[in-house]
Design a protein around this ligand. Structure first.
Ligand code: M6R
Length: 605
């Protein structure tokens, strides 16, 4: 989940490294660092704890010269966020940046200690620099020394090496973690993703698992896991789509919430033409006997909502799992089943591993992904883009609703393929779905109400979220949003489950957010709400006007949502979940776009 960058350029690279790191900061922001080789061949580094801005400040006071450099932004795995643990790790003539986890680092560390070397950090990465430096001290050249080291590493890694006295050499390697090589005009780049390289080049080569690349300004020689020369295609990437700004909003997240009507409309227009669903021909659900939906965090909750749609609309039995459990559970999968993997980044290590587990066991794997160039998009049999555009806020908002939109289209296609919906039925449901962008636009108006409630929520130590049916996963998502943005403990429960234990938590200090439009299950949820209020719980009811009229007596507050959207209303109710968390975080003064301890792309287990 760290971000790495490397440049063999024709100008001073420090500013470019920092610019690229800015684009990678979503991957972690515990510390940052850069190392360069200057005109005299001297390898030097600067590191700073905390956000990238601290490194930029440091570079103003202590500039770093050189046309060759590597950089890193860290999400701490081994060792606290200190300068000593910050990358690049430099030992002797070698500097290394790393994303991933070297699982056998303790064994390697003991080895280098036995060889008389002393680690200076608590990190797994430093052993890579130490081992390579040791091989060089034994007379190996940099390339061979790096290869000897790579052969010893277990775990997941994307690595870049830079060497003292070698201003025209960089070595990059990947196993598990993603790594892109960029080709410029007489310049070469490596980065954790193509977005980081977008300011410099649009010609990108993705290294495959086990590859390493020996890079000079003349190009990259790529070798596969067996050490044999490998041909990897240079792709032209659409750099136009990589503009990143807040567009006048205070936070990226505020902008991304507000963008939802537009991006979701674009996504629906991509997949629906008139009364027709437009999907690749291979998407035909007639012979599918079962579906497995897999994701992590918010993407898992998108799959959770979709399970209701696939089961109730299309009548397909659905299994659902978080990727980190699925991948090790060894679930038996029917050869006639399909497995769907939902991911914004398309790089989440557990979801990717779950896809790899499933791919030779099921009839088809489908990736529902936002980043079209990602590993999940590349490795799934069919990749369906969610078209949310770049999401910078670490807390997912528009990516979630666009995932829901694509999954809704898939569920309708399944219902039609399997004869559960005739043409007229499909057209009616498509009309409901197409109404969602307009309704989302109206739903944005709950922002004010959420802001007014933020003071109340920000005082709480615990908040419960309740929902039934397809609104239960919306409640789970609401609780996750509040936790990650405001650091307030929050849990989502199925409304009917409350009396089986969690009701013991209720007292007048526990706000209870009830997500309940006036649907067939509404009365049941109102009863659960009464049980909460009878125990002095403070209820915030989020419903439509009818629901608030019918069930709003005695609640602490209510938020009125627009009516409409049929089965797809859960998409609308994501908005108050997002705004409640957003405004509470602003009220508490937490870091909205980069909450503590988190990273946008979780590429380690
Ligand atoms: O990139 P992915 O969609 O695979 O990421 C999955 C989760 O890490 C992600 O949804 C996470 O839960 C978000 N921070 C939630 O806001």
């Amino acid at each position: 989940m760290c971000g790495i960058i490397g440049i063999l350029g024709n100008h001073e690279v420090s500013p470019q490294l920092v610019e690229a790191l800015k684009r990678l900061e979503y991957r972690g922001y515990d510390s940052a660092g850069v190392a360069t080789v200057d005109a005299d061949g001297k390898l030097s580094r600067r590191r700073a704890v905390g956000k990238l801005v601290n490194l930029s400040d440091r570079l103003v006071h202590e500039p770093l010269a050189g046309h060759a450099g590597i950089g890193h932004t860290r999400w701490a795995t081994h060792g606290a966020a200190t300068e000593a643990n910050a990358h690049p790790h430099k030992r002797g003539p070698v500097a290394v940046v790393h994303n991933g986890i070297i699982e056998n680092f303790r064994e390697l560390r003991d080895e280098v200690i036995a060889l008389g070397m002393t680690p200076e950090s608590e990190t797994d990465t430093e052993t890579v620099a130490l081992l390579t430096a040791w091989h060089m001290s034994q007379g190996l050249g940099p390339v061979q020394a790096a290869r000897e080291t790579l052969a010893r590493l277990h775990g997941a890694f994307a690595l870049a090496f830079l060497f003292e006295g070698e201003g025209n050499l960089m070595i990059a390697a990947r196993k598990g973690s993603p790594l892109a090589v960029g080709t410029g005009d007489g310049e070469m780049f490596i980065g954790s993703d193509a977005v980081a390289l977008a300011p410099f080049t649009d010609r990108i080569t993705y290294l495959e698992d086990g590859d390493h690349a020996v890079i000079t300004r003349a190009g990259a020689e790529i070798f596969d896991a067996e050490g044999l020369p490998a041909n990897r295609e240079i792709q032209q990437i659409d750099v136009g789509a990589t503009r990143i700004d807040k567009g006048g909003f205070r936070h990226f997240m505020a902008k991304e919430i507000a963008e939802q009507p537009v991006v979701l409309g674009d996504a629906l227009n991509h997949y629906i033409k008139g009364d027709r669903i437009v999907l690749p021909d291979a998407i035909d659900f007639r012979d599918v006997d079962r579906l497995t939906l897999v994701g992590c965090g918010t993407a898992f909750y998108a799959g959770y909502v979709a399970r209701y749609w696939f089961e109730t609309l299309a009548g397909i039995p659905c299994d659902l799992d978080v990727a980190s459990e699925f991948r090790y559970r060894e679930p038996p999968l029917s050869p006639k089943s399909w497995a769907m993997f939902v991911s914004q980044s398309g790089e989440t290590a557990d979801t990717l591993a779950a896809l790899h587990y499933a791919r030779d066991k099921v009839a088809k794997t489908v990736g529902v992904v936002n980043v079209g160039t990602s590993a999940i998009a590349r490795d799934a049999d069919i990749a369906l883009p969610t078209l949310a555009g770049i999401e910078v806020g670490v807390a997912s908002s528009k990516a979630f609703t666009c995932q829901l939109a694509v999954l809704a289209v898939l569920a309708l296609k399944a219902a039609h393929d399997r004869g559960r919906l005739d043409d007229a039925g499909l057209a009616a449901h498509l009309a409901d779905l197409r109404a969602i962008p307009g309704l989302l636009n109206q739903a944005l108006a709950v922002s004010d109400g959420c802001r007014k409630l933020a003071g109340w929520l920000s005082e709480a130590q615990d908040v419960l979220y309740l929902g039934r049916g397809s609104f239960y996963p919306v409640a789970l998502e609401g609780a996750l949003k509040l936790k990650e943005l405001s650091y307030i403990h929050a849990e989502g429960y199925a409304s009917g489950e409350l009396k089986h234990g969690p009701i013991a938590l209720i007292d007048r200090n526990v706000p209870v957010v009830v997500v309940a439009p006036r649907d067939a299950l509404f009365e049941k949820t109102v009863s659960n709400m009464q049980e909460v209020m009878a125990r002095h719980g403070q209820v915030l009811l989020i419903s439509d006007v009818e629901g608030i009229e019918a069930g709003g007596d005695g609640v602490h507050a209510s938020l009125a949502m627009p009516q409409g959207g049929g089965s797809f209303q859960p998409i609308l109710y994501a908005v108050p979940m997002q705004y409640l968390a957003y405004h509470t975080a602003v009220a508490k003064g937490t870091d909205v776009d980069q909450p503590r301890n988190l990273a946008k792309s979780v590429t380690v287990e």
